[in-house]
Ligand binder design. Structure first.
Ligand code: IFM
Length: 423
């Protein structure tokens, strides 16, 4: 294949999340975590996007984006249990209108890693009422934004990453290292998604509109560290099943026996796919928190490709593999994140070209991909890594809050404009 043209309604654009760009989200558990010294930097004013969103959407427009993914900060909407802040709701209504005024399709995430402090101090996602609390917040937000014509909703971003970082290895809040806690939180997140799916559809019914509700799934490619070892191949298969497929199976083919409420019906209108990298896995004889094998850090795997600033391998073929794996569920797929943190913008250009080439290949082989949202529009706060890793198409000077479009941003912009990918 030398060139391919994507359909004219393909959703080209970029993504952000509230805590990573807005600034001053002081009422959530991440802010607390940062204040307790658990991160390289504190998010502080971040990109001041809560104030500068209009300016940032102007840039997205200049870059020929057609869609924009952002998240709603629950702790702004519901700063205290059961008390909803009308100013914050109006703010997000303005955000939606600002996008629409620029012909940018809003894609809204309802949970992107952060929780209000009141929610986490009551037990967070492990408490019995977690699903009820989340659904009450979802009801409030969707009731306010549905009449504006929002079509795309993502209930929860990367549930498996959230569980792994926060409940298995404990580097994110709530900082637990317990498989039992992870399992309890997993159950709540799954139920929260199902309830949110139903709530969103109910709210749209009288409006005579059809929302599309998805979940942003982070998929990793797992390869055995020593392909000749059956133990490595086995633990690699386990990881792939647990991390990449346990949720999709539960929703779509009902293999997760403990969750009967997900058996009868499909609770998903499209897949959101976040793809970044591949991990090599080897068998570790003792049972550990690393769950069935360990990520191999040996340097010989570094020969397999370039790396980003955080050490993640750049492996474009993995995007094709993930798209083809998801295709079997016969649902549309929106690439909700794909990107690279690097200070070498030529590396980002190569990253975008090689990954989009894989998207084109998957589309030609039947994958129903409806859009590509690059991570991220802006350089931003990369969780416990702080501000070091720069994922943006647009550079941010955190002292002055000045924005500068990178060459890679311009390159992607030409593709967004023409819809054409050249090999
Ligand atoms: O920055 C994160 C984002 O919040 C979730 N997906 C992965 C990105 C890069 O690590």
């Amino acid at each position: 294949m030398n060139s391919m043209k994507f359909p004219s309604d393909f959703l080209w654009g970029a993504a952000t999340s509230a805590h990573q760009v807005e600034g001053n989200n002081q009422l959530n558990d991440w802010w607390q975590w940062e204040q307790a010294g658990k991160t390289k930097n504190v998010s502080g004013a971040a990109c001041d996007h809560y104030v500068r969103f209009q300016e940032d959407f102007d840039i997205a427009k200049v870059l020929n984006h057609k869609a924009h993914r952002f998240s709603i900060e629950w702790s702004r909407i519901e700063p205290e249990e059961g008390k909803f802040n009308q100013e914050a709701i109006q703010h997000y209504q303005e955000v939606v209108r600002a996008l629409q005024a620029r012909n940018l399709e809003p894609v809204i995430t309802l949970h992107h890693f952060t929780n209000p402090i009141w929610f986490s101090s009551k037990g967070g996602w492990k408490q019995k009422q977690a699903v009820y609390f989340f659904n009450r917040f979802v009801t409030e937000v969707v009731t306010a934004l549905a009449p504006l014509g929002v079509r795309y909703w993502i209930t929860i971003n990367e549930p498996m990453v959230y569980l792994y970082q926060g409940f298995v290895i404990g580097v994110w809040p709530p900082g637990e290292k317990s498989i039992v806690s992870a399992f309890r939180a997993f159950r709540s997140l799954l139920r929260a998604h199902v309830e949110a799916y139903k709530t969103i559809h109910q709210i749209y019914q009288p409006l005579n509109k059809h929302p599309l509700v998805g979940l942003a799934k982070h998929m990793l490619i797992f390869s055995p560290c020593r392909p000749q070892s059956w133990q490595d191949r086995f633990v690699t298969w386990m990881r792939n099943f647990l991390f990449n497929h346990s949720l999709s199976d539960a929703f779509l083919i009902g293999r997760m026996i403990p969750f009967p409420w997900v058996f009868s019906k499909r609770y998903l209108d499209f897949w959101g796919l976040n793809y970044y990298t591949r991990d090599f896995i080897h068998f570790k004889p003792s049972f550990s928190r690393e769950l069935f094998g360990e990520v191999c850090t040996q340097t010989h795997h570094r020969e397999t490709g370039e790396r980003n600033m955080m050490g993640w391998e750049i492996y474009p073929a993995g995007l094709y593999d993930c798209l083809m794996a998801l295709s079997k569920f016969k649902l549309p797929i929106l690439i909700t994140e794909n990107g690279i943190c690097t200070d070498d913008d030529h590396q980002r250009e190569r990253f975008i070209q090689t990954h989009l080439f894989m998207v084109a290949r998957a589309v030609m082989e039947g994958a129903s991909v409806i859009g590509y949202l690059h991570w991220s529009l802006l350089d931003n706060f990369e969780w416990h890594w702080g501000f070091g890793p720069r994922f943006g198409l647009v550079a941010v000077d955190y002292q002055t809050q000045k924005r500068r479009i990178k060459l890679s941003g311009q390159m992607l912009s030409r593709i967004c404009e023409t819809g054409q990918i050249e090999n």
